[in-house]
Design a binder for this molecule. Structure first.
Ligand code: UDX
Length: 435
């Protein structure tokens, strides 16, 4: 099929390349000339497993064309995917201005029937809104259908999720568009869910909200575990044995971050409020997460009555391992609070994007974990990078001024903590150890 993907951001780029791999002719439109130049030269603009190879292959096979020529792209495509950003506003509303701009820009070039698809996460009612806007822009009704086809891609696993995900959701109100989408995904061995546009739009939010609920729930139970002397890992294991619950997304820690969960939970709360139908559980999930992500600072404040002048090492800055993405990472909120308390902060991450240096120019960035620990009064593990699993705790004790460890991802072996006589070890729901 002839496809056009507007926006070569995270979702757009993966969508364009993966559809290209499936023998479609794809044009990916990007207005950022720097990004465009890199992509045309086969240089990935984001870090994602398998992306480098896929990009190079698509250029060799000529399956994906990167361009800023919107007119040509729209005219020569049967399906137009909108994959531009939909950030959250200060008041938690979704900012759909980029989607609106795209509709205005593409309208003049819709010269025959095309399916316009939203891949970006958009508020409920956006499909209807786009239909209205296309009509207002004088696009004849018989020239378009609008479909919602949200993505469920995990960062780091996005390519695999695209080809082998659990579901493909298509929300549309036209048989013609439904058949075209069915055809597009025919070779995928993934269950397809056809629904009304509003239902599809809501599935995306509900999916991310429910996963967030699971995380905030287990985190609250973890906090209780520390009070009553129970072990959250054993509880999570036991819960996970129940097929109705599933063992996934039950890892307690310092909360969720990333580009989706924080944004989508807030957006869902706002959408529900706009419809006068409060979603208390989702709202609490956001509240619990906001508190959980700065829990290490509360633990530290309790450990040391006065934090001013202390030096703290942050191990892991990204919102999860195996990505360079720091968006909404708990580390950002922890560093902010520590700096407010006049703590000196050192940080190490194997991969965090250079963006972090712009946010916190005055902290000390180190090239390895041990260097980061030298002379510190505490360390906080914010991301469960595998290299921290085997950190030499004897060396850790030697390098730190005071070996106080806050294991925000419950990843260290408590037996080794005891052997190394670490001064204080705080976990999230697995108890604390003091020597
Ligand atoms: C998520 C969804 O999984 C994906 O389907 C959606 O389309 C986009 O958002 P992603 O943001 O890449 O993907 O990360 P994910 O691996 O889901 O983790 C999100 C956050 O939750 C991370 O900060 C992670 O540390 C945290 N998390 C996850 C937990 O704290 N505990 C868990 O048990 C699982």
């Amino acid at each position: 099929m002839n496809l056009c993907v507007i926006g070569a951001g995270y979702v757009g780029l993966i969508t364009a390349l993966c559809f290209g791999k499936k023998e479609n002719k794809v044009i990916c439109v990007e207005k950022d000339s720097n990004k465009l130049r890199l992509l045309k030269n086969g240089v990935p603009t984001i870090f994602e497993e398998g992306l480098d190879e896929l990009l190079k292959e698509s250029l060799i096979k000529d399956s994906v064309l990167f361009t800023d020529d919107l007119a040509l792209s729209i005219k020569s495509s049967d399906i137009i995917f909108i994959a531009v950003g939909t950030p959250t506003k200060e008041n938690w509303d979704v900012d759909v201005s980029q989607v609106e701009q795209v509709i205005d820009l593409i309208s003049p070039y819709i010269d025959k029937y095309k399916v316009v698809v939203t891949k970006s996460t958009v508020p409920v009612g956006t499909q209807k809104y786009i239909k209205r806007k296309l009509l207002e822009n004088n696009v004849p009704r018989e020239y378009f259908d609008v479909v919602s086809n949200p993505e469920f891609l995990r960062e780091g696993k996005a390519i695999d999720d695209f080809f082998n995900g659990d579901k493909i959701v298509v929300g549309c109100d036209s048989i013609k568009a439904k058949d075209i989408m069915k055809n597009l995904y025919e070779s995928f061995k993934i269950k397809m869910v056809f629904a009304s546009p509003e239902t599809a739009e809501l599935i995306k939010y509900t999916s991310n909200a429910l996963l967030s609920v699971k995380i905030s729930f287990i985190n609250e139970i973890a906090n209780l575990c520390n009070k009553v002397g129970a072990d959250i890992d054993v509880i999570a294991y036991a819960l996970g044995l129940d097929k109705r619950i599933s063992p996934l997304f039950l890892n307690a820690g310092i909360g969720y971050g990333g580009s989706c969960f924080p944004k989508d939970t807030k957006a869902l709360v706002k959408i529900s409020e706009n419809y006068n139908c409060e979603l208390k559980i989702v709202k609490s999930t956001v509240d619990v997460n906001e508190k959980q992500r700065v829990l290490p600072v509360s633990i530290l404040s309790e450990h040391y009555n006065e934090l001013e002048g202390k030096m703290v090492a942050i191990l892991g800055l990204t919102f999860k391992p195996d990505t360079d993405d720091i968006r909404e990472a708990p580390s950002l909120y922890i560093i902010e609070k520590l700096l407010e308390a006049k703590v000196k902060v050192k940080a190490y991450d194997p991969m965090a994007s250079p963006e972090i240096r712009k946010i916190f120019p005055d902290i000390i960035y180190c090239d390895d974990a041990y260097e980061c620990l030298v002379g510190t009064d505490a360390m906080i593990i914010c991301t469960e990078w595998s290299e921290f699993l085997n950190i030499d705790l004897f060396k850790v004790k030697e390098l730190m001024r005071e070996s106080v460890i806050i294991d925000g991802r419950n990843m260290l072996d408590t037996k080794k903590i005891i052997q190394a006589k670490i001064k204080a070890y705080y976990s999230i729901g697995k108890g604390n150890i003091k020597s």
